[in-house]
Design a protein around this ligand. Structure first.
Ligand SMILES: [Fe+2]
Length: 263
């Protein structure tokens, strides 16, 4: 297996995932994912079953039988075309998605992109006194009201440590984001605002962002605990369709049976 580093994090791996891949290579790909946060495989042609197989290298695939298509065309899939600010899927729940994948089935090469920010590199870049202040706080995360069919007081929410220890790697990382963190708890309102500003300055520094520009056939796999993702508004003239397969402990509807998520 060969790979090249992407900047400022991630790796592009040269490997045809459609054929047989031995167990030693599974293990090497898995290690590389948790080291680099994100892996790009170009020019893949994977059916749904094979994408599920590959994601099984990283843990338990949720609802493997269910086809999950993200598309700018509402007839084809969910997700719409609007801007999405930085977030981690299901970060407002006790069981955020662990590893995520998107496989580009239909895109105009180079037209659209997904942005990634790393809580690991952002934490490491902060001065020690700010790290220490952040470690005292929790991140109160809430599902944005635009994406659920419930009143504000019934929106799914939970608290996570602002400085989370990654469950696989033991590395400390910043677990706050601009879409889902409503405020920090355990500190006063003024300190909460100042600490969130300090965290966001590191997380969303343009030099710290990896922009993945989509080509047809790309498979991008990322660590949804270490990384956050975002996108700009998508053009509607060319359909963009991606297949999504995730590794997670629980599904949204298991945790929040009374809430219907809407794209
Ligand atoms: Fe997302």
């Amino acid at each position: 297996m060969q790979f090249t580093d992407l900047a400022p994090f991630g790796a592009e791996v040269s490997l045809d995932l459609s054929g047989a891949v031995d167990l030693a290579t599974h293990a090497a790909v898995r290690r590389l994912l948790f080291e680099r946060g994100l892996l790009v495989f170009r020019n893949q042609d994977l059916d749904h079953v094979r994408q599920v197989d590959v994601m099984g290298w990283f843990g338990k695939v949720q609802a493997p039988e269910r086809l999950n298509i993200v598309s700018t065309d509402p007839e084809t899939g969910w997700g719409g075309t609007g801007e999405l600010k930085f977030h981690s899927d299901l970060a407002f729940s006790p069981h955020p998605c662990k590893v995520m994948s998107l496989h580009a089935l239909e895109v105009l090469d180079g037209e659209t992109s997904t942005l990634f920010a790393s809580g690991v590199t952002a934490y490491a870049a902060l001065p020690a006194p700010v790290q220490a202040r952040l470690a005292k706080a929790k991140s109160h995360m809430i599902m944005p009201s635009d994406y659920a069919d419930v009143t504000a007081d019934a929106l799914p929410s939970t608290d996570h440590p602002v400085v989370m220890t990654h469950p696989e790697t033991g590395t400390p990382l910043l677990y706050v984001n601009e879409m889902q963190t409503e405020r920090l708890v355990g500190v006063d309102a003024e300190e909460s605002a100042a600490l969130m500003a300090a965290a966001f300055e590191r997380l969303y520094d343009p030099a710290a962002i990896y922009e993945h520009r989509w080509n047809r056939g790309d498979l991008v796999i990322w660590d949804n605990i270490a990384l956050q993702h975002a996108r700009s508004t998508l053009p509607v003239r060319n359909r963009r369709t991606l297949r999504r397969v995730i590794v997670a402990d629980k599904l949204f509807e298991e945790m929040f049976p009374g809430v219907r998520a809407q794209a």
